[in-house]
Structure formats: structure tokens, C-alpha cells
Design a protein around this ligand. Structure first.
Ligand code: UGA
Length: 433
């Protein structure tokens, strides 16, 4: 099957590469010529484990190519995916649909033969219908169907999530569209991964509901963590005891400095906005947004307390600034709230991150970048773990205390008080213990 993927951002690129690996003939389209040039030269603009290799293999096999020519890619395709960005619109929390509608207009002009136009971007309920109408109005003669196909990829594990999904969600209105989508996902279908076929509106809603639910789960355990600190319970044991109940489940119960990233913050805001627009306030989601902000600020107070009430004149090593490990993504990372508070409070901040420097340098002014955790910690007063990269999970803590630091703030609960004390730290703080 011939597929055109419009947009080579995170979702578009991963999906395009994986579809080509399924055996489809895929053209990934972007209007940014520098991106197309880089991709054509075999360079992946994001850090995602395994992506570059998979891309190279499929380009070599002749199934995958990159182009700036949307019209040509659409004209030759049986399925056209829209995977452009839907950032939060300035001011009102609504998802900005400018790029989606822009892509729809360009696609409309280029349609030939029967085509399924598939919206992969995360869009508010009702958008797929709007896209279909826009195409129909522009090209009453066009032979097309619309499908909604939200993605559930996690950054850092995107290829595995694509190849071995918990489920694939497909919203369609016609049997023809359902057949084409079944063909697109045939390899997964054959391996009996669940494919949920539903209406356009339900597919759109599943995406927001799933992300808001996961964000709620994290925020719930973060709030329980605060209460654990006040009562003497240990949130790790609490999460384990809760999570073994199958109805609750163990994942997404890791207390931390608050969720970040390109999806949860944006999608919770968008869901809250959709609720308001329909006169059905999403009160739980609205509270989750508020509590998550408060959790990030709570971390600043925790650190201040650990440093006897002031950051002024202290040297602090921060390990990890990306919103989670295995990505270079800094979007809405807790570090963007926490690090400026340290700098603003008069601390000398030394930062290290295996992938975050390229993006982080501009976003975190006033810090010094260090090569690794040991260089960051050398001569510092305190070490703060903000992102649980693997290389921070097995640090030689004695080597760190020998070089100066006496305080360990472990905002991902990788270590524990006993281990920290044995290594020579005078003070240790995790989250919720
Ligand atoms: C999330 C969802 O997990 C994907 O299913 C979804 O497709 C994606 O958003 C999207 O909508 O595109 P992602 O943002 O890549 O994926 O990252 P997650 O692994 O979900 O982590 C999100 C945030 O929650 C991170 O800041 C992470 O540190 C935090 N988190 C996660 C916790 O604090 N505790 C947990 O137990 C889990």
C-alpha cells in the first residue's frame, strides 16, 4: 500500500518509518526543506532509540522516502496521514488547528482516485468531521473517506509502542475506510493486537480520555506522596500495595516532580477546554492541571528546606533536565520550573543530561553544563536528581560524597535514605518517603 505521511515531527516520523517497516511504500512530507534535507541524508532530528537504524534500513529497501512535494505524495497514495502539530493555542488552552486545517486544504487540492485521509494528530472531538467537510467543500468531486487514528506512542519507547501496541484505535464512517485501515495495520492485525474500530468522535475522545486518565493517575500518586511525607508512610510501598490490585495496575504510579512532556500538559488543557465549550466542565482534569503545577513548586520548597532555607551561594548539581529519560525533549519538563528557581535564589547550578544540552542550553540560562554526574557534583553542596536516566541509577555515590556534596535530593526515588547515608550523605530526600 502507498502511504503519504504529512508532517515529520515526532509522531509523523515514527509512524512513517514503522509503516514502511510493515512493508508499505511511504513518503514522509514536510514543508521545512532543512528537515527533508537532513532526513534524506539519513539524519534523524530527534533522539529516539532505534529510529535512525530502522529508517536507514527502510530507505535502503526503497520503501521509505522524504519529500517537500505534498501534492505528488498525496496523488500517489491510497492513505494520507495528517500528523502535524496541534500545540496549545495562546491564551485559551484550546488545541491550535491551524496546521491540521492547512494540511487538509493542501491535501484536498491534490487528491486523485480513492483516498482515505487519516487524522493522526491529537485533535478535539469533532475535528475529523470538520476536516472531511473542508475537503468536501474544496473538492466536491474528490473520492475520499475520513478516518481518525490517534497515536499512543511514548517518547523513548516509540518504536516498541508502535510495533507492539496495547491497542490500535480507528474511527471510521464507512466500510471502505475500515478496509483500507485494516490493510494499513495488517501486520498487527495478523499478530492479534487489539484493533478498536469506532466512530470518529469516540476515537478522538479515547485519545484525550486516555492521556487525561494517565495524567490523573500520576498526579494522584504525587498527592499521596505529599501526604506520605506528612504522615511517615513510604509512597513506594503504598504504590506497590495499590498497584498489585489488577483494577488499579502498577504502571504510572511512580511519584516524582510532576508530569511534563509534549502531551499530558497540552492534552489535559485541551480536554478541560473542550469540556468548557460543551458546558460540561472536566473538573477532575482541571484539578489535575492545577495540582501538577503545585507539585513542581512543592519540589522547590523541598529543596530549599534540604539546604537549610536558602539557595543563596550554594552550588547545586542537577542530574537530568529532559522531561523523562531516553529523549532530548524539554517541553514542559519540571526542570524548567525548578532550575530557574535555584538560579533565581542565588545558587550556582551545574547541570548534566545525556541528551538535553542541545535544547536545554537556551532554555536554562545562568547554569553551567557539565560532562557527567561526577563533574557536575565535584565540589557542589547538593545533588538533585531530576530525570531518571539509566546512568544516574547506578552512580558511585561514595565517589560523589568524596568530591563534596553532603545533600542528595532524589526526586525520582532511585535511591533511599539508607543507601545515601552509607555513601556519606548527611541529608537525603526522596518524594513521598
Ligand atoms: C504520553 C503517553 O504515555 C503516550 O501513551 C501518548 O501517546 C503520548 O503521551 C502522546 O500523547 O503523544 P510521553 O509524553 O512520551 O507519552 O511520556 P510518558 O512516559 O507518558 O511520561 C509523561 C510524564 O509523566 C513524564 O514527565 C514522566 O516523568 C511522568 N511520569 C510518568 C511520572 O511522573 N510517573 C509515572 O509513573 C509515569
Amino acid at each position: 500500500m502507498r502511504i503519504a505521511m504529512i508532517g515529520t515531527g515526532y509522531v509523523g516520523l515514527v509512524s512513517g518509518v514503522c509503516f514502511s517497516d510493515f512493508g508499505h511504500e511511504v513518503v514522509c512530507v514536510d514543508r521545512d526543506p532543512s528537515k527533508i534535507d537532513a532526513l534524506t541524508a539519513g539524519r534523524v532530528p530527534i533522539f529516539e532509540p532505534g529510529l535512525e537504524d530502522l529508517m536507514r534500513r527502510n530507505v535502503e529497501a526503497g520503501r521509505l522516502s522524504f519529500s517537500g512535494d505534498l501534492a505528488a505524495a498525496v496523488a500517489g497514495a491510497e492513505a494520507v496521514f495528517i500528523a502535524v502539530g496541534t500545540p496549545t493555542r495562546r491564551g485559551d488552552g484550546h488545541a491550535d488547528l491551524t496546521y491540521v486545517m492547512g494540511a487538509a486544504a493542501e491535501i484536498a487540492a491534490a487528491l486523485t482516485g480513492h483516498t482515505v485521509v487519516v487524522v493522526k494528530s491529537t485533535v478535539p472531538v469533532g475535528t475529523n468531521r470538520q476536516v472531511a467537510e473542508a475537503i468536501r467543500t474544496a473538492r466536491p468531486d474528490a473520492d475520499f473517506d475520513i478516518a481518525s487514528n490517534p497515536e499512543f506512542l511514548r517518547e523513548g519507547a516509540a518504536i516498541d509502542d508502535f510495533m507492539r501496541p496495547d491497542r490500535v484505535v480507528v474511527g471510521v464512517e464507512s466500510d471502505r475506510a475500515a478496509e483500507v485501515m485494516a490493510e494499513v495495520y495488517r501486520p498487527l492485525f495478523l499478530r492479534e493486537f487489539p484493533i478498536v474500530t469506532t466512530s470518529l468522535e469516540s476515537a478522538e475522545m479515547i485519545k484525550y480520555a486516555a492521556n487525561a486518565f494517565l495524567a490523573t493517575k500520576i498526579t494522584f500518586i504525587n498527592e499521596i506522596a505529599a501526604l506520605c511525607e506528612a504522615t511517615g508512610a513510604d509512597v513506594k510501598s503504598v504504590a506497590k500495595g495499590m498497584g498489585l490490585d489488577n483494577r488499579i495496575g502498577r504502571t504510572f504510579l511512580h511519584a516524582g516532580p510532576g508530569f511534563g512532556g509534549s502531551c499530558f500538559p497540552k492534552d489535559t488543557r485541551a480536554l478541560a477546554r473542550i469540556g468548557q465549550e460543551h458546558g460540561t466542565p472536566m473538573r477532575i482534569t482541571e484539578t489535575v492541571i492545577e495540582v501538577n503545577e503545585a507539585m513542581k513548586r512543592r519540589m522547590i520548597e523541598k529543596l530549599r528546606e534540604l539546604l537549610d532555607g536558602s539557595f543563596n551561594g550554594r552550588t547545586i548539581a542537577v542530574l537530568g533536565v529532559t522531561f523523562k529519560p531516553n529523549t532530548d525533549d524539554m517541553r514542559e519538563a519540571p526542570s524548567l520550573t525548578i532550575v530557574p528557581a535555584l538560579v533565581g535564589g542565588g545558587a550556582r547550578v551545574r547541570v548534566t543530561d545525556p541528551q538535553g544540552r542541545r535544547e536545554g542550553e537556551a532554555l536554562l540560562p545562568g547554569v553551567t553544563w557539565a560532562e557527567d554526574a561526577y563533574a557536575a557534583a565535584d565540589g557542589a553542596d547538593a545533588v538533585v536528581i531530576l530525570t531518571e536516566w539509566n546512568e544516574f541509577r547506578a552512580l558511585d555515590l561514595k565517589r560523589i560524597t568524596r568530591s563534596g556534596p553532603r545533600v542528595l535530593a532524589d526526586l525520582r526515588n532511585i535511591y533511599d535514605a539508607e543507601t545515601a547515608a552509607e555513601a556519606g550523605f548527611a541529608a537525603y530526600a526522596g518524594v513521598g518517603r
